[in-house]
Design a binder for this molecule. Structure first.
Ligand code: PA5
Length: 473
């Protein structure tokens, strides 16, 4: 592991006993199969993926390209600097930072959720609300093209000036449009609508439109053709062999991240470190295998079909939603696959905890816990008005309250023989989030192979699209 990367840690709470759903013996029995799958990923899947044309039908689609992507991008950046993809991403981000105050990122599913997760976890809370100086000159970021919600699109267009000519950096805005296929209707419709507004906001400088439109898309497709027609010179690929929800470490996630000022190199180093742990470490120090073992066995042996990602920071909610999509679209096939659910605590202790504590025994709870906070600890503080009785804990800070809430909740669940596990992140920062994304993507692939499912592709999603198109014509 690179010395700069502080590792994330996964461990289950208490000793694994049959009454919690699974025992240590169950994990040990599964271990050889897990190792076989890990070897298969490196000795069969990756070589097959590289062979491209020779991928047998039963392996298709094989989108294993995400595994090596972080290392490839970093190596290219090291040897080619500005000419590399990372170098180009950083230079477009810098240019737009100097030119515009707002960027609208259009995309849906895997072309949206990773960027939103990065914004919420790696940038300071209320990012868009801070002044330009407080944001370090970085543009505000808005997400659209992820719905066909009339009022939200109209409100954002109005906020952007409804096409009124922009005269200063503070009024100028740009579009990043992301679609691997280039034909997803939500994103395509939004692109048409926002492009119209952007063009008219340029007033007499309409010829500069291509400067303010950055497409991220496949080599071919409708968006690629549109980008050609508009003359967009700066554009980025979604590499072949990297599926939508596995594409956060391509320009799909990295370009918006660079616009927000996120350290994308540190994020990729985190992902590389997780690959290395996955490849070399044994049970107990291999978060991919440890996490997969517990999830798989509690589902298979005890019917824990609901997989709760309980994040103990508001900054991690969108990371949880990113994982919801990853798990649901990858493993929700052939009437299998756990139901993912993100909860944000302590908020949802007041909405869902009752069910987790006393409801059906069909849930595995994985806590995602931050070991450090961006800001100094905020104490409760002493008050002359102690009617609320808080002087008793006046010297305690919010992080201390959080730690007590986590321990208290885990203990309550354990006492009722409900298994929980903790995933500790050193911080909500690039390195930890990079590790976490890669860990969860690898774990999803390993679990898919355990279930004898292809984790790639999402054939079921096509069905609504066909109906919707027919109904619109
Ligand atoms: O994981 C996936 O492949 C999907 O969720 C896609 O990301 C989503 O459907 C958007 O597709 P596209 O990027 O082609 O617009």
């Amino acid at each position: 592991m690179s010395s700069k990367v502080k590792p994330i840690h996964y461990r289950w709470n208490g000793t694994l006993l049959p009454q919690y759903g699974i025992s240590s013996g169950d994990i040990e029995r599964l271990y050889p199969e897990l190792l076989e799958i890990r070897d298969q990923v490196f000795s069969r899947e990756l070589p097959l993926y590289h062979a491209q044309s020779g991928v047998p039908e039963e392996w298709q689609p094989l989108d294993a390209g995400f595994i090596e992507l972080p290392q490839r991008l970093l190596s290219e950046y090291q040897s080619q600097r500005e000419a590399s993809e990372l170098g180009r991403i950083l230079s477009v981000a810098k240019r737009l930072r100097d030119q515009v105050d707002r960027v609208v990122v259009l995309g849906i599913g895997g072309s949206y959720m990773g960027a939103r997760a990065i914004l919420e976890s790696c940038c300071q809370p209320y990012y868009n609300e801070w002044s330009r100086a407080e944001r370090g000159g970085r543009p505000r970021i808005y997400f659209e093209g992820n719905n066909v919600d009339n009022d939200h699109s109209q409100a954002l267009l109005q906020f952007l000036g409804n096409g009124r000519p922009a005269h200063s950096v503070d009024e100028r805005w740009a579009l990043v449009v992301i679609s691997k296929s280039g034909g997803t209707i939500e994103t395509a419709v939004a692109f048409r609508q926002f492009l119209r507004a952007l063009e008219s906001s340029l007033g007499t400088e309409k010829n500069r439109l291509p400067e303010f439109v950055i497409p991220v898309t496949g080599e071919t497709g409708k968006l690629a053709s549109l980008a050609d027609a508009l003359g967009c010179k700066e554009r980025f690929p979604v590499p072949d062999g990297v599926g939508g929800r596995f594409s956060v470490f391509s320009a799909v996630g990295l370009l918006p991240a660079a616009l927000m000022g996120v350290d994308i190199v540190a994020m990729l180093q985190g992902a590389v470190a997780m690959n290395e742990r996955f490849r070399t470490q044994g049970l107990g120090n291999n978060p991919v295998l440890d996490y997969t073992a517990v999830c798989h066995l509690t589902e298979k042996l005890r019917g824990h079909h609901t997989r709760i990602m309980s994040v103990w920071s508001k900054s991690l909610e969108a990371v949880g939603l990113w994982y919801d999509q990853l798990l649901a679209e990858s493993l929700g096939k052939r009437e299998m696959g756990a139901l993912p659910l993100t909860v944000v605590n302590t908020r949802d202790l007041h909405s869902r905890a009752q069910q987790h504590q006393e409801g059906r025994r069909d849930k595995l709870i994985t806590n995602v816990v931050l070991d450090s906070w961006r800001y100094d600890p905020l104490p409760v503080g002493r008050s002359d008005h102690d009617q609320d009785g808080l002087n008793e804990i006046a010297s305690k800070s919010l992080p201390e309250l959080m730690t007590a809430a986590i321990a208290g909740t885990n203990q309550a669940y354990l006492e009722d023989a409900r298994l929980t596990a903790d995933l500790h992140l050193p911080a909500a920062d690039e390195s930890s989030i990079g590790q976490l994304f890669q860990m969860l993507m690898l774990a999803t692939v390993v679990e898919g192979r355990l279930l004898k499912l292809n984790p790639y592709g999402q054939p079921g999603v096509e069905k609504y699209k066909v109906n919707m198109k027919r109904l619109l014509k």
